[in-house]
Write a protein that binds this ligand. Structure first.
Ligand code: NI
Length: 169
């Protein structure tokens, strides 16, 4: 088990298109575990490969309930094959520091992916679960939630980010 460093915007790896995973081995299972551990440590509710500097099509998504804490699923090479409805909801991202905004997403999606053992998955996700998956699949295509907000809000965030980065210098 090992915590990974979370890469933050504007690092270029977050803009890379992730490549498909073809090897379902012990290394992949370990990577998935490390990603889940990193996500819960942050804490966050989803994490994509490029957020730890690895542009591979892997995401972990939290599916915890009150009775079942730190429960998550691993999606390999996920594809959103259908989407229906539209819902606006607040989103933040471990790679986008100190910012959150309302983003419109499908309310209900069909997801096709593989699990960490390489088994085919095909399921319907709704609401919060659907939102997290859409956010994470975006990451795999080099898209951040701040790309899906108004130009005005993007400008506000750019100024805020500049201040944050200036402080770090
Ligand atoms: Ni994110």
């Amino acid at each position: 088990m090992a915590l990974k460093k979370i890469i933050t915007h504007p690092h270029p790896v977050l803009r890379e298109k992730s490549i498909q995973i073809t090897e379902f081995d012990g290394k992949l299972r370990q990577l998935a575990k490390d990603m889940a551990e990193t996500m819960y440590d942050a804490p966050g509710v989803g994490l994509a490969g490029n957020q730890i500097g690895l542009a591979r099509q892997i995401v972990v998504v939290d599916i915890s309930t009150k009775e079942n804490e730190q429960k998550y699923i691993v999606l390999i090479n996920p594809v959103i094959s259908e989407g229906a409805g539209c819902e606006s909801g607040n989103e933040g991202c471990l790679s986008v520091v100190e910012y959150d905004a309302k983003v419109e997403r499908f309310k209900r999606i069909r997801v096709q992916a593989k699990d960490v053992e390489g088994k085919e998955l095909d399921f319907i996700a709704e609401d919060r679960f659907a939102r997290i998956i859409q956010h994470e699949v975006d990451h795999l295509h080099g898209i951040l939630f701040i790309d899906r907000i108004s130009k005005l809000k993007q400008d506000i965030y750019k100024r805020k980010l500049k201040k944050i980065l200036d402080k770090k210098k």
